[in-house]
Design a protein around this ligand. Sequence first.
Ligand code: PMP
Length: 351
Amino acid sequence: MKLRPEILATPPYRQGKPAGDDAFKLSSNENPYPPLPGVIEAVVAAGAFNRYPDASASALRQVLAEKHDVTPDELHIGSGSVALLSQFITAAAGPGDSVVYAWRSFEAYPGLVTVAGAESVQVPNRADGSHNLDAMAAAIDERTRVVIVCTPNNPTSTIVTAADFSDFMAKVPSDVLVLLDEAYAEFVTHPDAVNGLTLTGRYSNLVVLRTFSKAYGLAGLRVGWALGPIAILDAARATAIPLSVTQPAQSAAIASLAVETELLERVSRLAALRDSIRSSMIEQGWTIPDAQGNFVWLATGEETLEANETFLRHGIVARAFAGSGIRISIGEDESVEKLLRASADVVASLP
Ligand code: PMP
């Protein structure tokens, strides 16, 4: 069988581990709160599962367009923002082209770039885990078709400021597509953080990616959205697998926007919990970058796998990146005591 060698060398996407009965799953940056009743009702009411969904998610785009004061054509819906990432990368980069992004960042990027047939150029983050935008701009050459900026960055939880992003955009050639991956934007409390939704119409090469998976708690239904110039969105639409955003998913997203105030109150509570967990861990002796997503980053370096075993023994399922660090999602209130006991134990065992 003649399969593409670069695909054979690409590991499948690695999912956060499931947790046992008495453990907390803090490994996938999920929202610990279940969907609100109105959202579940909308999923059921979507009914008619013998019918295909609305291929262009027109009702959802209409609601988002009104909310963000753009036209529906400037919006594109995908089955999760990971599908959108794939579409935009595929639309812009192919064999011989490169995609520049920070590393470490979202684990799916390398695989998506390989599938597109392009090459990854990974630019190391600064020591504090934040993007090195100067180095990223310097890494752009004539082969570069896409640059991905992830803010807050998964897994380090650091942000890019609006001022730094503006300086960065000034250095990026206008024919290079910039994907601003803001999967965790709603959790951001830092006043200087960039917010892609405020940049509408400012750049001809910028697409902002958002998702209903995190703040809106719909990870299992798979809905993400992109805001950007129509010509770029049309190219992404051409690469999309047709009909992959299901009707229950579209209806749930619309229903979530209708109860957004309540959902965003939950987000505020999670952000406050994140800050208090981070402060407690710092008191325990950890050094943790300013966390702006619904997760914190422990740079455990060479001790990562051992540290992760300790977390597991304490009933905390986190996401370990061997040789680098551990990412811990902010979960239910009940998880905090266990988590802090575990992190105290781990920090005491580090050299
Ligand atoms: N971008 C980033 C930075 C993420 O961390 C994730 C999910 N882990 C995604 C995109 C994809 O999320 P989804 O496909 O659920 O929208």
